[in-house]
Design a protein around this ligand. Structure first.
Ligand code: ADP
Ligand code: MG
Length: 326
């Protein structure tokens, strides 16, 4: 199978939104009047972000999901993406499920594959996504990292910590019952980009980021960009895990569950802030997007981040030394 057969078979699909898709020197995108183009790239490298024998269908899903997650964090509507792919060989047993996983998620979000590049080399998947956000010449509705203000509430979507726990279990650190392992492995291999929530939070959230490297680290970027600090309530953090409960408690110490939630990474949830008088609007955005959202803390004017108990005393834990992927 030659390069062009490969592209035609696995990646060339009719486009509806774009003016021109795969096949020419450039793709042509239509951007709605009154919108800005939002652009983001993410690369997945074999051996670094996934194991060489990773399930290709899940990998196709994840490669696009992590990119859609960036659009979600900005409140952008997905439009299209390009795929730059380095492959050791043109193996149909890998390409078919990879393109199936990739294009299924693309279709779910009406985000079209419009171009890319294909070359022989160590497996490497680089996607660039394009989305749009309403804007005028004076202002944009995009959610940014820089908008958090003292007094704002701090929220996260969905569940946190499961992807990290899955990674540790797959490396043999924990022996999880099969049902639990399936739950956390799904979170690691097939994350759900929170696109609908990001859109619903336009005009509601003051700042947002997607949690890819761990809540504390990513929240730190919001705090730096906004020039503020935050306190996070320790109570209830472990209930943010999808696999929470007695079965998990029997295997993994709660301290470690907390560390997974705070510093785990690979969750692709949204962390965002909103003014305290917008709680109803946040609840409405969560309902409209059918996405669970939890208030976990507050923004303050003192720089830095504190994890506190119900009395306001600082809680310490092993998450400080919790290094992403070691
Ligand atoms: P060029 O040499 O002009 O860069 P290529 O020969 O690399 O173009 O690619 C031919 C067409 O196929 C282009 O439209 C390109 O965008 C598209 N393409 C190449 N690789 C991929 C891919 N992995 N996925 C989707 N489209 C691709
Ligand atoms: Mg090329």
């Amino acid at each position: 199978m030659g390069e062009f057969d490969l592209i035609a078979r696995y990646f060339r699909r009719p486009v509806r939104r774009a003016a021109l898709g795969v096949g020419d020197d450039c793709a042509l995108l239509r951007v709605s009047p009154g919108c800005q183009l939002a652009v983001s790239s993410d690369m997945l490298v074999s051996g670094r972000h996934f194991l060489p024998d990773a399930d290709p269908m899940a990998l196709g899903h994840k490669a696009l999901a992590v990119n859609l997650s960036d659009l979600a964090a900005c409140g952008a509507q997905p439009l299209a993406f390009t795929l730059a792919l380095a492959l050791p060989d043109a193996d149909p047993h890998w390409l078919a499920p990879f393109s199936r996983g990739l294009l299924a998620l693309a279709q779910q979000h009406d985000c079209e594959l419009v171009g890319g590049d294909t070359t022989q080399g160590p497996l490497n998947i680089c996607i660039t996504v394009f989305g749009e956000v309403p804007a005028t010449s004076a202002s944009s509705q995009a959610l940014l990292r820089s908008g958090a203000r003292p007094g704002d509430d701090l929220y996260v979507s969905g569940t946190l910590g499961d992807a990290r726990l899955a990674l540790e279990a797959l490396r043999g650190q924990w022996t999880l019952p099969p049902a639990l392992l399936a739950t956390v492995a799904a979170r690691l291999h097939q994350p759900t980009p929170r696109v609908a929530l990001g859109l619903a939070l336009r005009g509601v959230a003051s700042a947002a980021i997607d949690v890819s490297d761990g809540l504390l680290g990513d929240l730190g970027h919001v705090l730096d960009a906004s020039g503020v600090g935050a306190s996070i309530l320790a109570d209830g953090l472990v209930t943010l895990m999808a696999c929470r409960g007695d079965t998990l408690d029997a295997v993994v110490p709660r301290q470690h569950q907390q560390a997974c939630v705070l510093a785990g990474g690979d969750d692709y949830e949204l962390a965002f802030t909103a003014a305290a008088n917008r709680r109803d609007a946040v609840a409405a955005a969560a309902a409209a997007s059918a996405t669970p959202v939890r208030r976990i803390g507050r923004i303050g004017s003192t720089p830095g981040m504190r994890v506190i108990d119900a009395r306001g005393d600082t809680v310490t834990g092993d998450w400080q030394s919790f290094d992403h992927f070691g």
